[in-house]
Write a protein that binds this ligand. Sequence first.
Ligand code: GDP
Ligand code: IMO
Ligand code: MG
Length: 460
Amino acid sequence: MAHALLFEIGPPISLGPGGAPEDSIDQNRNSEDQIIMPNTVLIGLQWGDEGKGKVIDVLTESAEVVVRFQGGNNAGHTVEVGEERFVLHLVPSGIIREQALCIIGNGVVVNPLALFDEIRELRRRGLNVDGRLQISSRCQLVFQYHCLLDGLLEQKLAENKIGTTKRGIGPAYADKVNRVGIRAADLCRLDRLEVRFRRQASFYNRILRDAAAPELDVDAEWKKLAAVAHELAPLVQDTVLTLNRAFEEGREVLFEGAQGTWLDVDFGTYPYVTSSNTTAGGACTGAGAPPARIDRVVGVAKAYTTRVGRGPFPTELRNDLGERLRREGREFGATTGRPRRCGWFDAVATRYAVMLNGADTLAVTKLDVLDGLDVIKICTAYEIGGELIDRVPTEADDLERVVPQYEEVPGWKQSTAQAADWDELPAEAQAYLRRLEELVRAPIGLVSVGPRRSQTFAVS
Ligand code: GDP
Ligand code: IMO
Ligand code: MG
């Protein structure tokens, strides 16, 4: 299979004082001194937690602008640099690198209290946030009443619950399409914010009261909100202008997806999904980017599969092996701490995701977690009602009943965590990765063999 050289990763970078990386963007110049600045959308190809944060951090070695375009603080993106570990929820993962301007695009639902805490924590840990973070004036805001309703809806669904993060994401997106949402622009207009907040809060309190659920203390909540609105207001901008100026100036832009393809509200395992478009198309509407500005799509996939929350998961391992993957991969939610469900790589679902996102290249993470297994299985087809299929059924209950068909490949009995390039991988690991490429029909451009920035290499 032909491989375009899609990633160029320099030597491992150490965080300097104040978190500043000691790198430059000169590596973007090729031999003719032309500037190559691809604009990249990075999305998860599975059910989230593929290691997007880590890959974003690696790619931000050269990117100058990093934009989140959907989701909210249901996301938890982990970046490990040396001994430091950061978990980003609303702030783009590019914030870890000093040179990147970070934008929270209009498609993101922003909890102002959570964002304020996150920024404060990043500052406390020595990161320079000032002048490097913008919030779209068109972002919808998430308030405590959304979180309360999220909890109530889950409770009402009882055994059919989605298993949400209870961060109010669904209710906030519902307010947006119901045209009663409150937008970030209002953080700059306290008088208007207060009227709108109180109106919506009393609407939600009526629902909570009718359901005999605890109501929101509107005055107390407003006090907290007014204090942080004042702090966040200077960050609120028309980010469509910022982003399109960056395109005009030929700056490299990285779009940071949250969640994963199978959690997409349209294409995922509905209703066991999140409430936004997590797939590559969402980058345009969620950031205000013309489609022609997107040069490539990077799909991130784990070398196996995980899912947190409810819903179908054909290759799930409900046994010791699943337990082993959870332990070795430290598969506990970065946002809620919930144990993640673990299973084999699903080439049927991932191939569909590659097609749907138009992923030009794959970043495969957590290869090291498979170290030491005798045999590794890959799901290559599903059987349903006596028929073999190689696509993902639309209905969650059909996906629930498919029987995965596996192909077995030999494992490798050594550690991959120290591998610095392709040639240092055991032959069996190379064969496994090549087989994944073949099955999902996209070339691997990047392999990750550990949580740290340095445990990553490009594949050509
Ligand atoms: P995201 O939501 O896609 O950004 O992923 P999360 O941060 O929620 O979960 C991925 C977890 O795996 C984090 O704890 C990362 O530090 C860790 N991780 C990322 N890449 C690797 C890898 O190649 N090997 C191992 N062992 N851990 C990794
Ligand atoms: P990152 O960006 C994994 C899941 C929840 C639940 C469903 C709906 O870190 O990959 P929601 O709170 O969004 O209404 O919950 O979506 N979910 C995630 N699973 N990674 C995430 O984000 C997720 N964000 C939401 O567990 O099943
Ligand atoms: Mg995560």
